[in-house]
Design a protein around this ligand. Structure first.
Ligand SMILES: [Fe+2]
Length: 281
């Protein structure tokens, strides 16, 4: 093969890869699920977002807000990492505007991710103050009982472990997360939980009386290779088993969002940014 043909081939492949990456990063998909609990008199629409990491979808994220509005949510759940310590306070105003706009669509609840927590440490700022001033209810190891469309709904959110839970051994059953989940179970209404990291439900075998848990953190495996699936997820490593979708883990339904951003400077590939629309019946 002549050199110029080789350069042409490499250049074309690069252009296609860039195009695919841009499509993955910018074209928001609404992934729809149905959850049957037998606890509702009428269907509830729960819209879940995760891992914004200060990303931009139009001015002040108007394109993202419009996509959320189009799901007609009864409640919006943010499963962590809306802020990002890598950016300092540069984009904080934009996230605040985004949160305010989402609150005009439906009630918004948020649980922190590792980047929200570290944002506070790195910047000396307070993500919780920004979220609450925007109208968001932050659930960080807290529980709230609500009535949504006449239905009794318990909502919760807690910051999850960052390590394999096997490493905890016997300490797992005395950990704050375990105690929290025991408390969270104590309701006969619909129980919807946010946990940024999915680790607890992946690495423990306890049966919980919880209707659904909504997670992020894994960014859809960053790249999704046909026939292989997601390439990498924090804590799980390469070729993770859990990187997107709906899973049944010891009787608890886990909905794992691929989120709204890549991974540091690594762009997403064959892995569109997404929000989740769950119809709960
Ligand atoms: Fe994240």
């Amino acid at each position: 093969m002549k050199m110029k043909h080789l350069f042409g081939l490499v250049g074309s492949a690069g252009a296609v890869a860039l195009g695919c990456a841009a499509y993955s990063e910018l074209a928001i998909r609404t992934t729809e699920y149905s959850l049957t609990t037998g606890k509702t008199d009428c269907p509830l629409t729960v819209t879940v977002l995760s891992d914004l990491h200060f990303s931009v979808f139009g001015k002040d994220n108007c394109r993202l807000v419009k996509t959320v509005r189009n799901t007609n949510p009864d409640v919006i759940l943010l499963a962590g990492d809306f802020f990002d310590y890598h950016h300092g306070k540069t984009n904080t105003d934009r996230v605040v505007k985004t949160l305010k706009a989402l609150c005009e669509v439906a009630p918004v609840y948020m649980t922190p991710g590792n980047h929200d927590k570290r944002y506070d440490v790195q910047t000396g700022d307070d993500f919780r103050k920004h979220a609450e001033n925007s109208g968001v209810t932050v659930l960080d190891g807290e529980i709230t009982d609500n009535e949504i469309k006449g239905q009794k709904v318990r909502l919760g959110g807690i910051f999850d472990h960052s390590v394999y839970l096997e490493d905890y051994g016997d300490r797992w059953k005395t950990s704050p997360v375990y105690e929290y989940l025991k408390e969270f179970e104590k309701s006969d209404g619909l129980k919807l939980l946010m946990m940024h990291r999915p680790n607890t439900f992946i690495y423990t075998n306890d049966k919980w009386d919880i209707d659904a848990v909504f997670c992020g953190h894994d960014h859809g495996g960053i790249w999704q290779i046909p026939l292989f699936g997601g390439v990498y997820a924090p804590e799980q490593g390469f070729l993770p088993e859990y990187y997107k979708g709906e899973h049944d883990l010891c009787g608890t339904k886990m909905f794992l969002s691929t989120g709204l951003e890549g991974y540091y400077i690594v762009p997403r590939l064959f892995n569109r940014v997404e929000i989740l629309k769950i119809t709960v019946k």
